[in-house]
Design a protein around this ligand. Structure first.
Ligand SMILES: CC(C)(COP(=O)(O)OP(=O)(O)OC[C@H]1O[C@@H](n2cnc3c(N)ncnc32)[C@H](O)[C@@H]1OP(=O)(O)O)[C@@H](O)C(=O)NCCC(=O)NCCS
Length: 244
């Protein structure tokens, strides 16, 4: 498979409304991190082998393109790191419970969603970051993580293997209820198929009803619960799974 292959998808979906809820995020351990300059900063998307069970490597993802609705979903590259950090900082607060302190949200953004951190995600062979863009730039993104669930409670809840984690799913507020979320979700599902996975799983804050509704529309069902820390606060997530 061409290592410069791109994932490109189009959009068609519906929905609306705003609220503040929390979401599961993969916070890499110290061993996950390293200087960006030491990692793949090449001219094309960082398509590198995944390291999960029986699933195919991430570089085997198909190449497709569509621009319906003016939204293009494509694999993000290292050059997108700062823009993804900006979108993440603008959208993560929307996923947080209304009573979560701003300081905790800001701490999480600084720790897990900076441009530097996205640079690490984008050069991590276990991760696939998909961006949705229109003429204005990136308007949403999702991050997929290969490999078996690490947390025992999640490993117990997720019943199908190999499973791909839908680690992040964020759309700028002006595009909620439009085509972007659905296009990203379809790209994530296609990527799961293409990497040989039999299921997608995710964590979502138990108060994030909009996201739960969105995931439910796309075939996810609650299979368990877990704790997820934002700043100094342990939030409660549902674990959801979608078999493919
Ligand atoms: C989650 C997200 C990607 C979904 O994209 P979207 O464009 O809003 O999704 P949709 O509009 O297709 O679906 C949302 C559904 O929730 C419904 N909804 C909106 N607000 C709601 C609320 N407060 N309670 C329950 N349902 C709600 C919508 O009506 C829609 O359902 P419908 O299509 O049956 O009418 C987007 O809302 C987002 O980025 N939110 C902020 C970040 C976030 O929470 N990310 C998920 C973290 S796990």
């Amino acid at each position: 498979m061409n290592s410069e292959a791109l994932i490109r998808h189009s959009a068609t979906d519906g929905g609306r409304s705003e609220s503040r809820h929390a979401e599961p995020e993969f916070v890499p351990s110290a061993s996950d991190r390293g200087p960006i300059a030491d990692r793949h900063p090449g001219p094309g998307p960082a398509l590198v082998a995944a390291t999960h069970g029986d699933a195919a490597p991430a570089e085997d993802v198909d190449s497709r393109m569509s621009t319906a609705g003016g939204i293009l979903v494509d694999r993000a590259g290292l050059w997108d790191a700062e823009a993804l950090g900006d979108v993440a900082a603008a959208t993560f607060p929307l996923a947080c419970p209304p009573d979560l302190a701003a300081a905790d949200i800001e701490a999480f953004i600084a720790e897990a969603l900076s441009g530097d951190r996205f640079g690490e995600y984008l050069t991590d062979p276990r991760r696939i970051v998909l961006k949705a863009a229109d003429d204005s730039g990136i308007v949403g993104y999702t991050m997929l993580v290969t490999g078996d669930p690490v947390e025992p409670v999640v490993a117990h809840a997720v019943s199908v293997r190999p499973a791909l984690e839908l680690n992040k799913m964020y759309v700028l507020p002006g595009h909620h209820g439009g085509e972007v979320g659905g296009a990203l979700m379809r790209a994530a599902i296609d990527t799961a198929h293409e990497t040989g996975c039999a299921a997608l799983w995710l964590g979502v804050n138990q108060e994030n009803l909009r996201a739960q509704r969105f995931y439910g529309k796309h075939g996810f069902r609650i299979v368990g619960t877990r704790a997820f820390t934002v700043g100094a606060v342990r939030c409660r997530d549902y674990v959801m799974q979608r078999t493919l």
